[in-house]
Design a protein around this ligand. Structure first.
Ligand code: FMN
Length: 464
């Protein structure tokens, strides 16, 4: 049996993920796991048609395809994303159709589910027979339990191929509406005043809806409004995963291209950020993904704290809850305030124009009001994953994060530090063993839950 492994690590064979594949190969000598370094070799794959065709021929000959990749900023590496775009652009999805597929991705479990959903969706779009995802922590292979789980995953995947298992599509096809948005001449509704507004988009297609929507956003606000086309920013490559930035947030591309300087001087100094992009397959473009990957020179430290972040999307974003989760999860982890999202999916041109104007005005007003809101599970959960790992096993590599987390007070959220609740817990847990006390406690519990808030309400001042 032949399994074609599509390696999504920019590090090629020296990849944590590939060690999992190597393990599968070792325990299944009867199967051939052939790998292609997609993310590492993307330039060649994109520019040399023979190289691309060779990969597609290998897909055609394979009994199964294993998507093996590291998590990169809530999804896959930009180069892996580009490969998916190339398959779509060059119309060779038929090579994948009917093939059994599974995905194996390593991470620290920060939004690994969104990467899985994405790849599964792509497999469904290409008519593949998707079996399952396997999402180990980077170090699971070192433990007996992790190896057992990996063995079981391998057996299930190989057995599914041998037994021609039935599979069912999980992600419905996306429907795109045919609609051309044209920006009309509008005058500014608000002056940004002291606030700096930065609109970032992936241009390159004059007259496209996203370019026209950006024009409307730009026109809605006067003052310090900068518009950046990501295609005009000099970016040599996406992130190479070298982790040199972990020590002091200095990227190994620093001085070799303009990205980090652009990010520091334009993005990190803005008060309002508008990220505008077109849906390409089930995410934004690989150019946008490169932007997110390269912003990793800030590693796990949020650098958009308190900024207002608005999304402008062209394409079927409402049909992509996974993409929405990625966009909102990213904003929450960055501790930016989400202003809203406007797309060109519904409404006529004048409605969309008014929605965009409203979005821009709200963004500036929210910046003036320093608006923030509570995080949802996306931000809360994500921060706790990072907090624990940076304090613990990853501190050595991500020293800069450790110092930032100390400065930002992230470690103060460790429950072990909350002495009041620790003392209260130990006293109360002892008392609750006494049945009459527990009975009284249970009678009081709902009232006790609202009492502190009621006191706050009593002392609240009138606020017009
Ligand atoms: C730029 C970058 C972005 C990353 N993004 C994520 C992420 O969003 N979620 C996560 O859990 N791990 C993330 N990681 C960690 C990697 O997924 C993890 O280290 C993986 O095991 C690396 O695999 P590889 O050696 O095969 O490339 C990221 C690492 C890098 C360098």
């Amino acid at each position: 049996m032949k399994i074609l492994v599509l390696n999504g690590s920019p590090k090629g064979g020296i990849s944590v993920t590939m060690q999992y594949v190597n393990y599968l190969q070792k325990i299944h000598p009867e199967v051939s796991f052939e790998s292609v370094n997609i993310a590492q070799q993307i330039r060649k794959i994109e520019t040399d048609p023979q190289e691309f065709d060779k990969i597609i021929s290998r897909v055609r000959l394979a009994d199964g395809v294993l998507w093996a990749f590291p998590l990169y900023i809530l999804i896959v590496h930009a180069h892996y994303k580009r490969f998916i775009e190339l398959v779509n652009e060059r119309g060779v999805m038929d090579a994948f159709a009917g093939k059994y597929a599974a995905s194996l991705f390593t991470s620290i479990h920060f939004f690994d589910h969104t990467a899985h959903n994405y790849i599964h969706g792509i497999c469904d779009d290409w008519g593949m027979r998707y079996i399952e995802a396997f999402s180990p922590d980077m170090v699971d292979l070192l433990e007996e339990k992790g190896r057992t789980q990996l063995k079981q995953f391998g057996q299930r995947f190989l057995h599914a191929i041998e037994s021609r298992a039935l599979t069912q599509r999980q992600y419905p096809p996306l429907s795109q509406r045919e609609f051309l948005y044209k920006a009309s001449l509008i005058s500014a509704m608000l002056d940004a005043g002291e606030k700096k507004v930065v609109i970032v988009y992936d241009g390159g297609r004059p007259g496209s809806n996203i370019e026209e929507m950006v024009k409307t956003c730009q026109a809605a606000i006067s003052g310090n409004v900068q518009v950046i086309d990501l295609n005009q920013v000099e970016i040599k490559s996406s992130c190479q995963g070298c982790l040199h930035c972990g020590y002091n947030n200095v990227c190994s591309f620093e001085g070799k291209d303009s990205f980090t300087e652009f990010y520091r001087t334009t993005i990190m100094t803005a008060d309002v950020l508008v990220y505008a992009g077109t849906v390409v397959d089930r995410y934004l473009s690989s150019r946008w993904k490169t932007f997110f990957d390269r912003s990793f020179f800030n590693t796990h430290t949020p650098v958009l704290i308190g900024k207002q972040l608005a999304y402008v999307i062209s394409g079927p974003v409402s049909q992509l809850p996974n993409l929405q989760e990625i966009l909102y999860g990213y904003a929450e982890f960055q501790q930016a305030n989400i202003v809203g999202l406007v797309s060109d999916e519904y409404g006529d041109a004048s409605e969309i124009e008014r929605l965009l104007q409203q979005l821009m005005v709200s963004a500036v007003q929210m910046a003036e009001a320093r608006a923030t809101r509570p995080m949802t599970f996306l931000g809360e959960g994500g921060l706790k994953v990072f907090r624990d790992d940076i304090w613990g096993r990853l501190r050595m590599v991500f020293r800069a994060d450790h110092h930032a987390y100390q400065r930002l007070g992230f470690y103060k959220t460790f429950p072990q530090r909350n002495w009041l609740s620790r003392i209260t817990n130990s006293i109360m847990l002892g008392l609750l063993r006494i049945p009459p006390f527990r009975k009284g406690f249970n009678q009081q519990i709902t009232r006790q839950m609202v009492q502190p808030a009621q006191k706050v309400i009593e002392s609240a001042n009138l606020n017009r």
